[in-house]
Design a protein around this ligand. Sequence first.
Ligand code: ADP
Ligand code: ZN
Length: 729
Amino acid sequence: MSQRFIEGDLVGVLTTEPLGRPLDYRAPEGGCVEGDLVEVPLGPRRVIGCVWGPGAGGFDPARIRKVNRVLDATPLRDEMRIFLTRVADYTLTPLPLMLRLATRAPDLGAGPATRRVLRATGREPTRETEARLRVMDVLDAFDGAAVTASELSAEAGVSSAVIKGLVKAGVLAEEDAPRDLPYPRLNPALPGKPLSEDQAAAAAAMSAAVASGEYGTTLLKGVTGSGKTEVYLEAVAETLRHDRQALVLLPEIALTAGFIDRVEARFGARPAEWHSGVTATERRRLWRMIGQGDAQLVVGARSALFLPFRDLGLIVVDEEHDTSYKQEEGVYYNARDMAVLRASIAGAQVVLASATPALETWVNADTGKYRRLDLTARFGAAELPQMRALDLREERLPANRWISSQLAEAVEQRIKAKEQSLLFLNRRGYAPVTICRACGHQVGCNDCDARMVEHRFLKQLQCHQCGATRPIPHACPACGVEGRMAPVGPGVERLAEEVAERFPDARVSVLSSDLFGTARALKESIETIAAGGADIIIGTQIVAKGHNFPLLTLVGVIDADLGLQGSDLRAAERTFQLMRQVAGRAGRAEKPGLALLQTHQPEHPVIRAILTGDEEEFWRAEAAERRMAGSPPYGRMAGIILSSPDPARVFDVAAELARRDEPLRRIGAQIWGPAPAPIARVRGRHRVRLLIKADRTAPLQPALAEWAAQIKLPANMRLAIDIDPQSFL
Ligand code: ADP
Ligand code: ZN
């Protein structure tokens, strides 16, 4: 249990400054407890920290300073500190970085207070300017949530004068509101939808697991549309009945709005939200309410895992296979795996929901480490789509055309029947390459080893590695010849041109993350499509993620081979998942769906597995291959990336690390590399990779730590360790 300290006791305080371990201070007047958030002097500054335990001692007692004050904020409980420590150990992340991840709310030191907020009075503006309408729109979107004048003007993109004008006109009223209000209570006693037999059985099993109050993980596997969400909402209900908190992680902000509506329909109130689209004020409120138990259900992105829950009873990871759960900067962690870790410390249940689980998850269920529940049928009349390959070798498409005649015909039929078609192409922008027809030069990024992608809609070239942009050149940057720059290959924008040409009367909607300024605009577009506002949808992978389009009956995959190229360990698995997900968009309501996959290799095992739909067979084969290769989950891997502006130095250091492999050899691990990373330069930094492979049971992290510590990195060089790497770029 948390240790108490009285004034003057030596305490170890962990700060978010990059100093490694906790620093010694003296407890302040009134004492403090382990886990308390405190303000301490550090050099000339005051910084925020957490009382981590007793002080280490051994320093000159006269020079030890006193904690300034204990913050009026919920302490980080034992469970949370253990979790942070274990994640730090697992991912080889310094603890201060972990603490920063866990205290990412503004104004933690400020304590409760009031602030001026605005609300709509219900009076309409007498003079309706465009700016004023935007403000009213934003207020609608906030749906009664408190918003300050500065948030409102930022969100609506208007000046503060516009807001003041609206206050003066009586359209908005200012009032003092307590900073952080509890969230409305959710009512688990409200009736849910009547469940099918399958669904009821799965819901009962998960509710029983929640009621046990113990840790456990369940793979909830069900085809898209089988009612996984409906079922895990019952596990949420059980959690609420036990007065514990629940967390639902979603892979994409665009999905939260629809999910929140479903929560409101089920429990009579809206849950709390945590993701990058939430205002600072709301984040602060949520952080506090979570700690005191006044937020029962949080819907969020992966970082919600680090919120200070008072009593976490359930974590749902929806679309658990999704790659966005892996964070690949700062702290390299996989939110799915860390959810399991957190739950095991908290005595909570985890539900991993997916139609196409990650291989790791499938294996864990297969070996009995996770419980597995299957929903095999789609709910109601909905049927799984039929799938067929269109062999592109049989039809040579003309230059700059990507839709085969069979696919075009199928689209035509859908338009006549007033049904929707989705054309899927996982490539943003207009064209992946811009080439000079005079000299053959391909426009690349100045700072990365990547070609620049033309985005015609935004009128620029973009580097998809570092985000650098520049105007589309008229003259070739290499040879200077004018007017010969040409786009090569398709992106969704270019596909849209072909569609407009071939189906001139169809209403077309392009869904690609970069075409929408805000999550709200994307959400609106999705709602319009769902309501029948488009005949043809052209989309990147954002359409693969769980949206529900009842009128959609045809999915055409423009290039099913796209994901099969490359030497990525997970290429087959990814392609399989993505294609199944995309195909799962078709025929979700009464009408049957059809999925057509354009491919040059219809006999490829992955394409065949997608078509036959024999999933278990696919996973068994993939698992067998990984076992043979000693790859995850049968072996362990760590990716090491060294980067520096100096290409020679970075190679030298990597080679030196590879030579001094004794700590790794001792645990039987092998080193591959150094080799230039597939993307050998990003943001002007040269990147060199090493890959470490070890037995599943080998103590990899301590060995890696010892190994990396042998070398003092030159200033300017960075070393990143990625345990269980997902991408190999
Ligand atoms: P999944 O999460 O597996 O994709 P959902 O839970 O989103 O599936 O369900 C798909 C659709 O079917 C949703 O519109 C949902 O409301 C509906 N649905 C699922 N189960 C039921 C049920 N028992 N009663 C009524 N509607 C249901
Ligand atoms: Zn770049």
